[in-house]
Design a protein around this ligand. Structure first.
Ligand code: ADP
Ligand code: MG
Length: 388
């Protein structure tokens, strides 16, 4: 789960990570009020969407009066921002963050994430702040330095000194950086985050280090013990189909292709997507109905897949281990009663009660149904139908 910049900054504040003063706003009136409360000389109006690259797309504007904040807010709210992280459809701005403007001497990059290889948090820092870090990673990876943090010891002083040295900080700056880095690691650790990204980490004229931007992501499995974080969830930023699937314990991820896939088990889902690609098709989604799939979950899965207008064929690939194939077959029939199926549905069922399932499907009389004998046959038929 991800949160907005203004929410991450409120968490930062509570851990003592230096940030500038600011207030969220959902209307131009609230934005103006926020500027008046700040009472600074200049203000930054920042679009709150779950994506970076807002500055270049017109989602970060410096203004010099509360009235100007009002005008900029009016224009920015409701705008669709397209950045390198939003995808081509962009994201609609529904909330703003009004922040005091800072006078910046230098911009750095600082991030923390989980390194699955070493099973430890890794801190990444770079002098190349304020720009697309993805580009730096690709073109000049040596400019990103990494420090592994053993979670049992936490972030140690010598590691902070190494980071500061690599960033070229002087003694006074290092002192501020140490406070910053320690507090940030505490926030990462105690809030069960799996990603923090500060780009830029700004060095101000008075040598203070400030998080000018803030991105934070959390381990979904820890949300049950992170009530405060959980409440920050913004459903507006999530794909409604993915949220709905989650309510039924289905794992659904929308993709760009046109072969809808319904599979049980993540491993089988991955190999199903692989084989569709291998046969020359493009999966429209990843949908795992799980080990305990029932007629209801299958019906719900079908409903969600078919709502995607790009889907030209559905490939159901289920291996009945714990779940019985006849139940899945009944679920498919149930689904065709609920939602109108106007694309071919290729079905491959194998495992427990597979033959019974085949009989049920054959007797159902549903014309869009195409049965497949195995994974290879099913993928081939699905891709052929899409191209027909
Ligand atoms: P994004 O990464 O989405 O473009 P940022 O928050 O990083 O958004 O803002 C983009 C740029 O705007 C920053 O690199 C920084 O130069 C400038 N900026 C952001 N917030 C402030 C602020 N409070 N004061 C001065 N400049 C700012
Ligand atoms: Mg940024």
């Amino acid at each position: 789960m991800n949160i907005h910049e203004y929410q991450a900054k409120s968490i930062f504040r509570s851990f003592g990570v230096p940030v500038l003063d600011g207030y969220p706003a959902a209307t131009p009136e609230e934005a103006k009020k926020a500027a008046e409360l700040l009472g600074t000389e200049k203000f930054v109006v920042k679009a709150q969407i779950h994506a970076g690259g807002r500055g270049k797309a017109g989602g970060v504007k410096i203004t010099s009066s509360p009235d100007e904040v009002f005008e900029v807010a009016k224009q920015m709210l409701g705008m669709t921002l397209i950045t390198h992280q939003t995808g081509p459809e962009g994201k609609k701005v529904k909330k703003l963050y009004i922040e005091a403007a800072a006078s910046i001497k230098d911009e750095y990059y600082l991030g923390i994430t989980l390194d699955r290889k070493t099973e430890m948090p890794v801190i990444m820092a770079s002098t190349e702040g304020g720009v697309e870090i993805e580009k730096v990673a690709e073109e000049t990876p040596e400019k990103i330095i990494k420090v592994q943090v053993n979670p049992l010891f936490g972030l140690l002083d010598f590691q902070i000194r190494n980071l500061a040295e690599a960033l070229g900080l002087d003694k006074a700056q290092t002192k501020h950086f140490a406070v910053f880095a320690k507090a940030l690691y505490q926030a990462y650790d105690q809030k069960d985050a799996n990603m923090i990204e500060i780009n830029p980490l700004a060095l101000l004229d008075d040598n203070r280090m400030i998080a000018l931007d803030a991105k934070m992501g959390f381990d979904d499995n820890a949300l049950m013990r992170q009530k405060e974080v959980h409440e920050m969830r913004d459903f507006d930023e999530e794909d409604p189909a993915e949220t709905e699937a989650g309510e039924y314990d289905l794992s659904y991820v929308k993709l760009d292709g046109n072969v809808g896939c319904m599979v049980n088990g993540a491993g089988l889902a991955m190999s199903t997507m692989d084989i569709i690609k291998y046969k020359g098709g493009e999966p429209a989604n990843f949908l795992d109905v799980g080990g305990g799939a029932s007629a209801e979950t299958v019906a719900k899965g079908m409903e969600i897949i078919l709502r995607d207008k790009n889907v030209k064929v559905v490939f159901i690939n289920i291996f009945g281990g714990i779940v019985r194939c006849d139940r899945i077959a009944n679920g498919i029939i149930e689904a065709t009663k609920k939602v109108s199926v106007n694309v071919p549905v290729v079905v491959r069922l194998d495992g427990t009660n597979a033959e019974l399932a085949r009989d049920i499907l054959q007797q159902s009389g549903i014309e869009k149904l195409v049965t497949a004998s195995d994974l290879n046959d099913g993928a081939e038929k699905a891709v052929k139908l899409v191209n027909a």
